[in-house]
Design a protein around this ligand. Structure first.
Ligand code: UDP
Ligand code: MG
Length: 318
């Protein structure tokens, strides 16, 4: 560990958070004073249009434990976090929102788990102090994602987490453009554990995640971590083809025993369902290739080694 490397880093993205800013800094200062180990706080301004960036500068000039990154425009929460993760120097990294919905004081509980040997400790939201609609959509989203994703992504957990440096660096290494950090974080593997906490109501200001942003985040989660939507097309195709044959047999049966089948019409229906199905299967096949191209261009590492034992010694990669 380099001499000036802090032991703990906090990453906090901020977008138009001037209303809560001073309270955030007070809470952070109190926390850092209690920790009694070298800490750094990396604040990322995600292109704020209010005075957040000025306030950040003021803090960073006055206190060397604070570092600031100013993005050139609003790139979005996930990108601001990625910038922070890339910049950070600490051995253990805590990621939290700037609106105090994730209590920074959970640091001690998180670190307790890290000291027990976990690489990632993430917060699991026990209760959300948010509107019914938002709670219901999150609830559904995480269950759908868990049901169809190719990796196990924990339920009800966001980006609020503490991780070791090697996990942070692996997340940064992932070159995917549409970022769903909580998914990448669990993809990385190692020992991970969730800690339940009560998600607070926003300290001040309004949510910066509009419905549109949430939809984008949700679809990034689903399409980056699941191949189910593509497989679904193929399944529908097979169901369609199968139903067309059932319909065909049923028509013959009616024709033979009831003689009430109009001529021409059933053949048309049969062909429409049959060819609809064949087209769906064909799209599904193309989808399989597209999916493979997609996973190739995402260019994730093929595997992650957590430890090597060589010449009778443990070697841990960063
Ligand atoms: N945020 C950001 N860029 C954005 C939107 C949000 O950096 O484009 C920050 C925001 O300042 C906050 C955190 O990300 O610190 C979470 O955002 P928010 O509280 O609005 O989301 P919610 O908690 O409502 O899902
Ligand atoms: Mg929030």
């Amino acid at each position: 560990m380099a001499d000036d490397q802090p032991k703990f880093s906090f990453i906090i993205p901020l977008y138009n958070e001037c209303e809560i800013y001073s309270e955030l800094i007070i809470r952070l200062n109190n926390l850092i004073d209690k920790i009694q180990e070298p800490c750094e706080v990396v604040l990322i301004d995600d292109g704020s249009k209010d005075i957040t960036s000025l306030l950040m500068e003021e803090t960073a000039y006055a206190d060397p434990r604070y570092h600031c990154l100013f993005l050139s425009r609003n790139f979005g929460h996930q990108f601001a976090l990625s910038a922070g993760l890339e910049f950070v120097r600490g051995e253990f990294i805590m990621v939290l929102d700037g609106d105090l919905q994730d209590p920074p004081e959970l640091f001690f509980e998180f670190y307790q788990k890290i000291s027990e040997g976990y690489d990632v400790v993430y917060g699991v939201r026990k209760k959300r102090k948010e509107g019914l609609m938002k709670r219901a959509s999150y609830f559904l989203f995480y269950r759908i994602l868990k049901g169809i994703s190719n990796y196990s992504i924990p339920l009800d957990s966001g980006d609020f987490a503490m991780m070791t440096r090697r996990v942070a660096k692996l997340i940064v290494k992932m070159p995917e453009q549409s970022r769903f950090i909580r998914g990448i974080r669990s993809w990385v593997g190692f020992k991970q554990i969730g800690l339940e906490y009560e998600r607070q109501a926003r300290g001040a200001g309004e949510t910066k995640y509009t419905f549109k942003h949430l939809l984008k985040l949700g679809s990034d989660g689903i399409f980056n971590f699941s191949t189910f939507p593509i497989k679904l097309i193929t399944y529908l195709g097979f169901i369609s083809v199968f139903s067309s044959f059932i319909y065909f047999l049923y028509t013959i049966y009616r024709k033979l025993y009831y003689h009430d089948v109009p001529s021409g019409f059933p053949a048309l229906v049969f062909l429409i369902i049959l060819f609809g199905g064949i087209q769906l299967i064909s799209i599904g096949i193309i989808g399989e290739y597209v999916q493979r191209i997609f996973s190739q261009v995402k260019n994730r590492p093929l595997y992650v080694v957590s430890k090597r034992v060589m010449n009778s010694k443990d070697v841990t990669d960063e």
